[in-house]
Ligand binder design. Structure first.
Ligand SMILES: *[C@@H]1O[C@H](CO)[C@@H](O)[C@H](O)[C@H]1NC(C)=O
Ligand SMILES: *[C@@H]1O[C@H](CO)[C@@H](O)[C@H](O)[C@H]1NC(C)=O
Ligand SMILES: *[C@@H]1O[C@H](CO)[C@@H](O)[C@H](O)[C@H]1NC(C)=O
Length: 469
């Protein structure tokens, strides 16, 4: 009996512990559910719809300065380089030219995928030489690309990432590089043996001693050495679809960078501080060579700056004129901004609005077939309405691409006709010395239908107000 009692007691005891474990287990489960609910609630409030109040996000959503296009967009393809070279060869053939010669710069970037970033200019010539050749049956003209290099630099020259392997022509220190090139490419024994009217084209930005060198090497022949004609320069002026895509990306990313820094500005900060911030943002965003002219208050009255390191005051505008590079292509974006608590005078506010209007007038005039001068005139007309035209002291815009400033230009004297594929900056401004400077700049291109489209359109396009760059 005693034993029985003992057994039932231990059974009871065991049952009790089992039950308590069960309740323990249920309580834990309950606690976990409660915790999950709580976490969910916090997440819901914290990361919920942007219109809802938010615990984790600041009131203003700071857009990431990293534009996804920067890593998504492809560089210029090998086949595009080949077609550029062959179009050049066709022009050389049509214009009775033996060769086109360029030293590192925008033109070698365009035809051969390298520039002064990859090869610094020195007194020893390193040259890209393109010669036209007729292919067998169909008579197509194709390009042969050669690289003239100092002999001792040849191993380094061979590391340049040309789109296809060129012919290497090496000149030793004791040789005349130009005569070596003329011999290697048999430029003297051209199809027309007398060479009458035949030419050698040298890139317009090449240094003068290259002209002298080739002229000397060709002395006694009828070949003339001359600057590359407009037919060749125009190849680079009109952008292809893939170039436009890269330029959209770099301009949008630049604008996002400016907006990002705008949100972090405060009164008392120095021009240099804002300038450093934005350079970092560009570099972090995958752009190279990025930077801005950063001018506060009356410092912006000199379009290219004054060199003092002004602190931002409550009544100051801040002007950012920024460029950055992607695959060799440049952006150019200018914003004149104020902080939400700035106290901008109504006069200065009015100037901002007039510059904004001038930008709108200009873009409405830019179309295929229009003379460049007319676009500049439209911006000036808008500023005249407020008698501000005398303070718009520079041209309206410039071509842009592999160079920040390149032909054609939008100025009062330009008779260039705007064509599909052209890209320009649209940057009216008002500068009153000692008082204020306002400039707004977005680049645009002429699309397939002959209309102007902003390269910043994908990021919202032009500034809406000094608060919304
Ligand atoms: C052009 O050069 C870059 C390096 O500067 C290289 O990554 C790229 O592959 C080259 N493009 C072609 C088509 O060879
Ligand atoms: C240059 O052209 C002239 C004819 O205009 C010809 O008489 C002369 O032989 C040519 N010189 C050379 C080196 O081919
Ligand atoms: C060209 O731009 C205009 C105006 O910006 C636009 O309406 C048109 O659709 C564009 N055309 C093409 C082919 O993208």
């Amino acid at each position: 009996m005693g034993m029985l009692k003992e057994t039932s007691r231990s059974v009871l005891l065991r049952r009790h512990t089992v039950e308590s474990r069960v309740t323990d287990y249920q309580w834990k489960k309950y606690r976990i559910s409660l915790l999950l609910c709580f976490v969910f609630l916090i997440c819901y409030i914290g990361f919920g719809s942007p219109t809802r109040f938010s615990l984790f996000k600041p009131e203003v959503t700071i857009e990431s300065p990293k534009h996804p296009c920067v890593s998504a967009i492809p560089p210029i393809s090998r086949s595009e380089y080949t077609s550029r070279q062959n179009r050049l060869a066709q022009i050389l053939h049509d214009l009775d030219a033996e060769a086109y010669i360029a030293e590192p710069g925008a033109h070698t970037q365009y035809f051969a995928n390298f520039s002064t970033t990859d090869w610094k200019l020195s007194e020893r010539p390193l040259l890209v030489i393109v010669t036209p050749h007729q292919t067998g049956k169909d008579g197509n003209i194709v390009a042969k690309v050669s690289l003239l290099t100092p002999k001792f630099e040849a191993p380094r020259a061979k590391l340049l990432a040309l789109p296809s392997t060129p012919g290497y022509i090496e000149w030793a220190e004791e040789q005349d590089p130009y005569s070596v090139a003329v011999e290697a490419l048999q430029l003297k024994s051209a199809p027309n043996s007398l060479n009458v009217g035949r030419k050698l084209f040298i890139d317009n930005s090449a240094r003068h001693f290259l002209y002298d060198g080739f002229q000397h090497a060709l002395a006694g022949t009828n070949l003339t050495v001359t600057s590359a004609p407009k037919e060749i320069n125009q190849l680079r002026e009109r952008k292809s679809d893939s170039e436009i895509e890269i330029m959209k990306c770099v301009n949008e990313a630049t604008l996002l960078g400016i907006r990002h820094v705008h949100k972090q500005m405060y009164f008392g900060m120095r021009e240099s501080e804002a300038r450093d911030m934005i350079s970092t943002v560009f570099a972090d965003g995958g752009l190279s060579g990025g930077g801005c002219l950063t001018l506060f208050g009356d410092n912006a009255a000199l379009p290219h700056g004054s060199g003092t390191n002004k602190a931002l005051g409550q009544s100051d505008f801040a002007l950012f004129d920024c460029t950055a590079n992607l695959y060799g292509y440049w952006s150019d974006v200018t914003r004149t901004v104020a902080l939400p608590s700035s106290k901008i005078s109504s006069d200065n506010w009015n100037k901002w609005s007039m510059v904004h209007l001038a930008q709108e007038f200009a873009i409405s005039a830019a179309k295929e077939g229009v003379t460049a001068r007319v676009v500049d005139e439209h911006a000036r007309f808008a500023l005249r309405l407020a008698k501000l035209d005398e303070y718009f002291t520079h041209r309206l815009g410039h071509g842009i691409g592999l160079e920040v400033h390149e032909a054609p230009y939008l100025n009062g004297g330009s008779t260039d006709i705007i064509q599909i594929g052209h890209t320009f900056s649209n940057e009216p401004g008002v500068y009153i010395e000692g008082l204020v400077g306002v400039r707004l700049e977005d680049c645009f291109f002429i699309n397939e239908s002959g209309q102007a489209e902003y390269l910043t359109a994908g990021a919202g396009g032009p500034s809406k107000s000094p608060y919304e760059p």
